[in-house]
Structures are given as C-alpha cells and as structure tokens.
Design a protein around this ligand. Structure first.
Ligand code: AMP
Ligand code: GLY
Length: 422
C-alpha cells in the first residue's frame, strides 16, 4: 500500500514511524514532511495547505490511503477533496473539522447538548465586548473564534488586560479574520488533561491520556508555545474520571455532531480541565495533538493503520485497540528564542542508535547534513515501566542530541510525578 501523510512536524513523524510497522505498507510520502524524516518517508515539496496540489499528487501516485494530520488542511476540506477522487482518508471532513475551526461553533454545540464547559458570551462587535468586560468576573479568558496557531487565547488577569486583548483581536486584527468574532469565557481552574480519541461516528475509543507542557519556561512560566513536552498517562486522569468523561463528554460530543449532520470520523482531541465542579471541555481539536501524539502512539500496541482504516470504514466497534500500561515522556528540543525570534541552520547530530525514539519537527537536509529549520526542532521520547524512568530516559536521549542554541525545559513530567506522590 502507498500511504500519504499530510503535514510535516513531530506528530506526523510519530504517525509515520507507527504506520511503517504495517507489513502491507510499501511506501510512505510526507507532504511536505521535513529533512529529519527522510529515513522513514519520501518527503514531497507540497505544502500542507495546498489542497489542489495534494489531490493531484495523490491521484498521480495512486495513493491507497491518506492521513491528514494538521488542522488547517482539515478545516479547508482536504479530506472532502481527496474522497471526491475516491481516495480513502483518515481525518474529518470540513463540516466536522469546524469543531476546531470555530470556537463559536464548538461553544454553541456544547451549550445546546449540555456538554460541560466554561460559561461564555460571543461578540462580533467590539463596543459590546468592552461594555461586557466592565462588569465581567476577572480573571477572564478572551478567545479568537478561528484558528490562530495556538495563540488566539488570552488569559486576562485584569480588566485592562482583557480589554487590550479584545482591542488587539477586533481592532488591530492581530489574528486577521480569526479574531473578527470572539468568545469571552469564564476562567476555570484545575489540572489539564489531553485525551485523543478515535471515533467513526458510532464508537468512541479514547486513547491513553496525556499531559502537555505549553509554556516555554520551567514551572509553567513565560510565553505559550505549541507544546514543550508531554507525559502519558496523565496521573490526574483516574479511572473514575475517565468513566465520567466518557458519559458526559465523549459520547455526547460524538452524538451531537451526528445530530448536527456533521459526523466526525478521525481523531477527536478533548482538551479537558478537571475543575472542582467536574471535568469540563476547554477546547476540541479535530486532529492528533502535537506533542501528545509523540507519547500516545509509542504506547499503542495495536496496528495503527488497521485502527485508522477501521475508523474510515465505520468498523471501529469490531476491533480491539490496545495500549501498553507503561509510561512515556517526550521532551521537545527547540531553538533558543522560540516562540519568538530564533536562528536556524545549525547542524544537528542524532546518534543512529536512538533515532527510533526521535521525532523531528523542524529540520532540513543539505547534502548529508541535517540542519535545524524551525522553532520546535524535535522531540525525544522514552517509554518505561515507571513515569520516573520514562522522564530520566527522555532526558538521557536529549543529552545525546546536539545542535547550537538548543533549548529545552528541564521539568517535563515533574508536575505529573508530584501528582503521583500526593
Ligand atoms: P486553547 O487554545 O483553547 O487550548 O487554550 C490554551 C490554554 O489556555 C489552555 O490549555 C488552558 O491552559 C488555557 N485556557 C483556555 N481556556 C481557559 C479557561 N476557560 N479557563 C482557564 N484556562 C483556560
Ligand atoms: N498540544 C496541543 C495541540 O496539539 O493543540
């Protein structure tokens, strides 16, 4: 089988490494991929948002199965366009990807179907939003409606910050069209949990839970990033909480999407907060998380391609999706200065013996040299029987990888370890 994976980061590298294990797979193409995955896939210089070129490539190459990993192409209808040409895909169609593409859509969906989430108001008029903020409870959270590279959420500690956030989105158009409509919502507290789930619209199979580390600095300080590291499972996510989430959040969401005529097939990502009043949805994503995938898939014991095809064919209920009971930790190595300004083009060395555990996100090949080419450069994942040894293992991998100006957090997993000890 010829497989095409749309996307080019660490998440896609983790998907590719897992797909490669299936004996029926003869070739994997990554569009665009990156130089660091050249050993695992053929990288093709087509951007993940260039849907006509993606479709032409798939038809020309006779692709048997396509996996669309990032949010943009999903929201833009890559799956719809590929399916029109008869190419089976993993990922939701555009009418279901809107669950991530529009926060107003997802908030209204949760309200309509009684799925627990933060209280909120929607505004498409700046003056009305500013007036509301004069008396709104503080802290509050201001969110751009559309996709904003993970930066469209501002936690405002003061009324002034909240008003500035509204002005930057609605007046200065900091996120372009994505910020023309905004959501202002209640500030929630509690541990955060990421749960990725396979669903074919009839069955939901949650994967092992995980914990992201979004801030750039140790002890969750500094700017928000795309994610600086992850551990799985998440110790806060007990069996009781998992059962509650299945009943109050996962199944109701799947059914709500069916009810709306927007059946979701693919990986549905639940960003949850375990509040004193029970688990609530902070956000939905229409795809695998990054870097959650880099800890969740290494713990998957079942064959990933078989599971994905079952999702596509509406046969998820017929298969058994098994996870190991081990722990995984992924530490992201970034370029110093990320998430703002950073230099790239530094030579990287990754010893061959550990390359199976390294998921490259931002690199390019120049001759036989691998050079850094992005903010987040790679993730190193270790799997072990205890969380502590998984964390130690991931940092040991990191110590063997070298490039100039490398930066990584030194406390990935520390909070999870403390939670275990409580
Ligand atoms: P999102 O892009 O929606 O995942 O939001 C980014 C981060 O902002 C989340 O991971 C939370 O840490 C935080 N956040 C979002 N919404 C809320 C909320 N209502 N209350 C508290 N924190 C929030
Ligand atoms: N790690 C968060 C995300 O993928 O959106």
């Amino acid at each position: 089988m010829k497989i095409m994976v749309v996307g080019g980061g660490g998440r896609e590298h983790a998907i590719i490494k897992k797909i490669k294990l299936n004996k029926n797979v003869s070739e994997i193409f990554a569009l665009p991929g990156n130089g660091g995955m050249a050993q695992d896939a053929t990288c093709v210089n087509i951007g993940a948002k260039d849907i006509p070129a993606i479709v032409d490539f798939a038809v020309e190459k006779g692709i048997d199965y396509a996996i669309v990993a990032p949010d943009d192409p999903l929201v833009l209808g890559a799956v719809d366009a590929l399916e029109e040409k008869g190419i089976p895909c993993f990922g939701p169609r555009a009418n279901a990807a809107i669950i991530e593409g529009s926060k107003v859509f997802s908030k209204n969906l949760m309200k309509k179907y009684n799925i627990p989430t933060a209280q909120y108001e929607v505004f498409d008029n700046m003056d009305a939003a500013l007036k509301y903020l004069e008396t709104a409870p503080i802290p509050t959270v201001v969110k751009a409606d559309g996709l904003a590279l993970g930066k469209g959420v501002i936690i405002a500690e003061t009324r002034e910050m909240a008003m500035d956030a509204v002005k930057s989105m609605m007046q200065d158009k900091a996120f372009g069209k994505s910020g023309e409509t905004i959501v202002i919502e209640e500030f929630l507290t509690g541990p955060e949990v990421s749960v990725l789930a396979f669903t074919d619209g009839e069955t939901v199979v949650p994967m092992i839970s995980s914990m992201d580390h979004k801030r750039i600095g140790d002890n969750d300080t500094g700017l928000n990033t795309g994610g600086m590291g992850t551990v799985a499972p998440n110790p806060y996510y007990t069996d009781d909480i998992a059962a509650e989430c299945m009943k109050t959040i996962f199944i109701p969401t799947m059914k709500a999407m069916n009810e709306e005529g927007r059946t979701f097939k693919g990986c549905l990502y639940f960003g949850l907060m375990l509040t004193p009043n029970g688990p609530k949805v902070i956000e939905y994503n229409c795809r695998f998380g990054d870097p959650e995938t880099q800890v969740v898939l290494p713990l998957l014991e079942s064959d990933l391609l078989t599971v994905m095809q079952a999702v596509t064919n509406g046969k998820l209920r017929d298969i058994n999706v098994r996870f190991s009971d081990k722990n995984a930790c992924c530490v992201i190595m970034a370029s110093k200065g990320y998430p703002t300004d950073y230099e790239k083009g530094f030579e990287m060395t990754i010893p061959d013996e550990i390359s199976d555990n390294v998921y490259v996100a931002g690199a390019k090949l120049e001759g036989d040299k691998l050079l850094t080419n992005g903010g987040r450069v790679l993730g190193a994942t270790a799997v072990a029987s205890s969380l502590k040894s998984a964390i130690d293992g991931a940092y040991k991998l990191v110590s063997q990888i070298h490039f100039n100006n490398a930066y990584y957090r030194s406390d990935i997993g520390a909070k999870a370890l403390r939670a275990r000890e409580d």
